[in-house]
Ligand binder design. Structure first.
Ligand code: ZN
Length: 68
């Protein structure tokens, strides 16, 4: 799995967000305001979604995916 982690300023309530391009390449954007531990946790969280192919589950609600 190919991915790139980028640190950017995001709204305080967002730890990280991920987009997948048409080649299946993941761009993970981590909130630069977080401390190191929180950033690592956020990256692992996003990679867990990627490993479970959550980004293909367009028919599942975000709430359900987040609580799985
Ligand atoms: Zn999530």
């Amino acid at each position: 799995m190919d991915y790139l982690v980028t640190y950017i300023d995001l709204p305080c309530h967002i730890n990280a967000t991920t987009t997948m391009d048409e080649n299946g390449f993941y761009n993970i954007y981590v909130n630069a305001k977080l401390n190191y531990e929180a950033q690592q946790k956020a990256i692992i969280h996003e990679l867990t979604h990627a490993c479970r192919d959550d980004f293909y589950k367009i028919d599942e609600s975000i709430e359900k995916i987040e609580t799985m």
